[in-house]
Design a protein around this ligand. Structure first.
Ligand code: C2E
Ligand code: CA
Ligand code: CA
Ligand code: CA
Length: 278
């Protein structure tokens, strides 16, 4: 049972420290952030109860010239220790918006893209004006952007979080609490935040249909969300049994390898065309 919740499963900070310190991570990522084309996004579809695609989560990858492909679990925690994360988040926002513009030009149906925002960026940067400028530049509506925010930041500066989130809502952006259940959100916190969605962490989804305890946690999260008039999405759905369990509890949206893996933008384009979404 002590498998550890989520992030510990595929990433341990010490491991990345060892591996990445060797090629001077900090300098390497700063350089990469300036040189523009080393980071790219994959998009993992999110689906509804009828299995229709309702949106995508943008997931960043780093194609390092010497190290090869590096997954975010290896560099995001390190980037979060420095200011790099703010630059990286901005790059991701910019690329996701550019991608939406491309899909718009191709006359594909535009579906919301969710972007992971580090807590540091949420409270310290000029996130709101940056996104506002990106939306204005592209002519896209804020409703096409969803931001996924983890619970941790709520503990650091809650009042600031409320302010920033409220400003983001005026841009029509959706807000979700990512990895929900792994942090310390109190009911009082949730009630006071202008959020739309709770994203149930994969670590609870994993055994929701086989472990009574995890099943109860999942159904409690879903009823909690509904009582607060929030929607729920489950991440890391890998089996039909998990999907059926979540459906039976009233979960509205789903994401995971059972449906789709994170895909390249070209694959998403093909997918949208094949689904007759254009
Ligand atoms: P996350 O936000 O919880 O994202 C979901 C992670 O779970 C992704 O890993 C995704 O590929 C993986 N996943 C999706 N479905 C399944 C499934 O059915 N089974 C399993 N075992 N895994 C699944 P990825 O892409 O390696 O991202 C890891 C983490 O890195 C993300 O966790 C997120 O916290 C962070 N991250 C990724 N992209 C960005 C970004 O652009 N900005 C920031 N700040 N963080 C990012
Ligand atoms: Ca996420
Ligand atoms: Ca997540
Ligand atoms: Ca997670």
């Amino acid at each position: 049972k002590q498998k550890g919740r989520d992030h510990f499963q595929f990433f341990h900070p010490d491991m990345a420290h060892k591996a990445l310190k060797q090629f001077n991570f900090e300098q390497s990522i700063r350089q990469a952030l300036q040189e523009s084309d080393q980071f790219f996004l994959n998009y993992q579809p999110k689906i509804d109860a009828q299995r229709s695609i309702i949106g995508f989560e943008a997931l960043v990858r780093w194609l390092h010239p010497e190290e090869g492909l590096i997954m975010p679990g290896e560099f995001i925690p390190l980037a979060e220790e420095s200011d790099c994360i703010i630059l990286l988040d901005k790059k991701v926002i910019h690329q996701a918006i550019e991608q939406l513009q491309v899909w718009r030009e191709q006359n594909l149906k535009l579906l919301p893209v969710s972007i992971n925002i580090s807590g540091k960026h949420l409270i310290s940067g000029n996130l709101v004006s940056f996104i506002q400028a990106e939306l204005e530049r592209s002519g896209l509506d804020g409703s096409l952007i969803e931001l996924e925010i983890t619970e941790g930041v709520l503990l650091t500066d809650f009042e600031r979080c409320i302010t920033v989130m409220t400003e983001l809502k005026t841009l029509n952006i959706s807000l979700s609490i990512d990895d929900f259940g792994t942090g310390y959100s109190s009911l009082n916190y949730l009630k006071r935040l202008p959020i739309d969605i709770l994203k149930i962490d994969r670590s609870f989804v994993e055994e929701c249909d086989t472990l009574k305890e995890d099943g109860q946690i999942v159904s409690t999260i879903i009823s909690l969300a509904h009582n607060l008039e929030l929607k729920t999405i489950a991440e890391g759905v890998e089996t039909l049994e998990q999907f059926n369990f979540l459906l039976s509890k009233g979960c509205e949206a789903f994401q995971g390898y059972y449906f789709y893996r994170p895909l390249s933008s070209a694959d998403i384009c093909t997918l949208l065309k094949a689904l007759g979404n254009s």
